[in-house]
Write a protein that binds this ligand. Structure first.
Ligand code: ZN
Length: 241
């Protein structure tokens, strides 16, 4: 694929995401106003998460569904308590086909974005929940991909609004690895996937740094962060009752 095609595709995804987030946000603001006027309540919103576990060169899975449970439960607890959004696991899929080295040990942040632009992240997209961009529907799941090692000191990475998937390093889910085991990272990356930027409050879920075992970031969210999450195209609004 040519560089220009890749740039166009990544930019189109980001712009499409922005436009849809804005329109679903406006629709929801109207819904909330109506609910306030009529005294009705809005039930919890829902975010669906699809999990993919890669296998190494020998076909050995990088982690197990059970090992992911505490992090998925923490994401559900935090998003429910702080933003009224339930996190539902749509499925946990083990890819037994050995993943290519580039997918097992990806680069982080800007370099990952470059790889996405260059079409080097096709393996992830191939195994992500199918998202039809021509008719992007509200409520498409976010895919969490468990990789072996992310370059540098990062243990999770999201391309923000330009992608429907995030990557997390398998050592985050292994309690035996005390200096990397961290249940907050999966929820933090979901926050990025839903457009949240970093904030400079250590008690906040979107604080950039987390250093297990002693200095793990907090799980709070501010009201404005909850509003951004609820306006996101991946979040299905609650039913008014
Ligand atoms: Zn971050």
């Amino acid at each position: 694929m040519s560089l220009l095609n890749g740039v166009t595709r990544t930019a189109a995804r980001a712009l499409g995401g922005l436009a849809l987030d804005a329109s679903s946000g406006i629709a929801r603001a109207g819904e909330a106003a109506r609910a306030a006027l009529t005294g009705s309540t809005i039930g919890p919103a829902t975010l669906r998460v699809h999990v993919v576990i890669l296998s190494d060169e020998d076909g050995a899975p990088l982690t197990t569904p059970d090992a992911l449970r505490p992090s998925l439960e923490l994401a559900n607890d935090v998003f429910t308590a702080e933003a009224g959004i339930r996190v539902r696991v749509a499925g946990i899929h083990l890819i037994s086909e050995p993943a290519p080295p580039r997918a097992l040990d990806p680069r982080a942040n800007k370099l990952l974005l470059l790889d996405d632009v260059l079409g080097r992240t096709d393996f992830y997209r191939r195994h992500s929940a199918p998202v039809d961009l021509s008719s992007m529907v509200v409520g498409a799941p976010v895919t969490v991909i468990v990789v072996r090692h992310i370059a540098g000191r990062v243990t999770g990475c999201s391309l923000g609004i330009s992608a429907d998937w995030v990557i997390v390093q398998s050592s985050l889910f292994d309690p035996a690895q005390r200096h990397t085991y961290d249940e907050t990272v999966l929820a933090h990356e979901l926050g990025h996937a839903l457009n949240l930027p970093h904030v400079r409050m250590a008690r906040n879920l979107m604080f950039p740094a987390s250093s297990p075992p002693e200095q793990i970031r907090g799980t709070e969210l501010q009201a404005w962060q909850a509003a951004i999450l609820n306006a996101n195209r991946h979040v299905v609004p609650g039913v008014t009752g």
